[in-house]
Design a binder for this molecule. Structure first.
Ligand code: ATP
Ligand code: MG
Length: 354
């Protein structure tokens, strides 16, 4: 019997409803070429659901997703719906309930994608950002007192557990080892943040010592951000806390061109729970309905999903197809890449390349 992977699909809002079906076509082609089946199950949860029911997903939403091998998400969020609704009503519960403690984003300059940095060629920029995804600075612990008075103050607490810190650092070193990359860089700010960052540095040194063949170094987040722009060639794997990783994982795709081509994986590496794969971009209401969205971010996210499912050959096939299609000057190009093509034409070129 051929291999079958159960995928929960949440197209979500805006162009999520366009790019996810396009990506599915590409992934199905890769699956049939490699002899396995993607068993897609649709979950029609979005800001529309919230408007109709007052919830982004049903009360048993997490339980309904649990019985899948992966979750493939388009985008959630729409004008008129406050950001915290889609975030706290869907994305964050999924990340936390399924302990997706790694957010992984490749930063790679692809052929045919205009790079905002001068004189960069495909291959020059090729590294990974590993973000801690469930604890750290994004905590709900804290409070506000004396609101509206002269004495008003707020307190926001960050949580860094030993276990949570060690496992994200270890993931970064394991990734470098698995990919044969010689170098892990840590984002810190121990010269300004008194408790959490010295602890982070201490654990980085301790975990790094377990990987003697991998060079470990650290930069303060401010100069690290500058180096992303000035010398992105120097990185292999960059690891950061929830806040620093969040910033770097958008800065990375930013320096390689358009966020429309960038993918993001929310991983539970132990596979105890499903992991979630999504393009970096949002619902892009300004172009929704015109079918001109670039589908590459969603397709590349799908390739990361195949890799996570143990289908490395199919993942590589999809990634090569993206590079082949984008690298061919005669291929259709969506407007964000300087062309006039529709999403479906670019997706068809990638499917054909698979
Ligand atoms: P969110 O808060 O959901 O991340 P956002 O408003 O911050 O949303 P996007 O929805 O990603 O960000 O849109 C930012 C800009 O990038 C918009 O002008 C949008 O049209 C453009 N954009 C985003 N994704 C794509 C894509 N796949 N193809 C082409 N343009 C895109
Ligand atoms: Mg955004």
């Amino acid at each position: 019997m051929s291999r079958r992977h159960r995928i929960a699909v949440i197209e979500g809002d805006g162009i999520g409803r366009e790019v996810i079906p396009a990506a599915r076509t590409v992934l199905d082609r890769a699956a049939s070429a490699c002899g396995f089946t993607l068993d897609w199950r649709d979950f029609d949860w979005s800001c529309e659901t919230w408007k109709a029911t007052g919830r982004m997903m049903p009360e048993d939403g997490i339980a309904r997703l649990a019985d899948h091998d992966a979750i493939f998400l388009g985008a959630v969020g729409y004008p008129g719906v406050p950001d915290h609704i889609s975030l706290w009503g869907l994305l964050i519960p999924i990340r936390r309930e399924f302990d997706q403690y790694v957010n992984l984003r490749p930063v790679r300059l692809l052929p045919g994608v205009p790079c905002p940095l001068a004189n960069k060629q495909p291959g020059d920029i090729d590294f990974w950002v590993v973000r801690e995804n469930v604890e750290g600075e994004y905590s709900q612990i804290g409070g506000r007192m004396f609101a509206g008075t002269e004495r008003e103050f707020v307190e926001q607490t960050a949580i860094f557990t030993r276990a949570g810190t060690d496992r994200i650092l270890r993931y970064a070193f394991d990734l470098a080892r698995r990919l044969g990359r010689p170098h892990v860089t840590s984002a810190t700010k121990s010269n300004g943040i008194f408790h959490s960052m010295p602890f982070w540095d201490e654990r980085f040194a301790a975990i790094g010592a377990e990987y003697p063949e991998i060079r470990a170094d650290q930069y303060h987040i401010d100069i690290l951000a500058a180096r992303f722009v000035m010398s992105p060639e120097r990185f292999d794997v960059v690891v950061g806390s929830n806040l620093f990783g969040d910033i770097l994982s958008d800065l990375g795709p930013g320096v390689t061109g358009t966020i429309a081509v960038a993918p993001s994986a929310n991983l539970n590496p132990e596979k105890k729970f499903p992991s979630m794969f999504e393009p970096v971009h949002g619902s892009a209401p300004d172009i929704f309905g015109q079918r001109i969205a670039n589908p590459v971010g969603a397709i590349w996210a799908g390739a990361m999903m195949l890799d996570h499912l143990g289908e490395a050959e199919a993942a590589a096939l999809v990634l090569r197809a993206i590079e082949t299609a984008l690298g061919d000057p005669a291929s259709p190009r969506t407007p964000d890449l300087g062309g006039t093509a529709k999403m479906d034409d670019l997706a068809a070129a990638i499917t054909a390349a698979v």
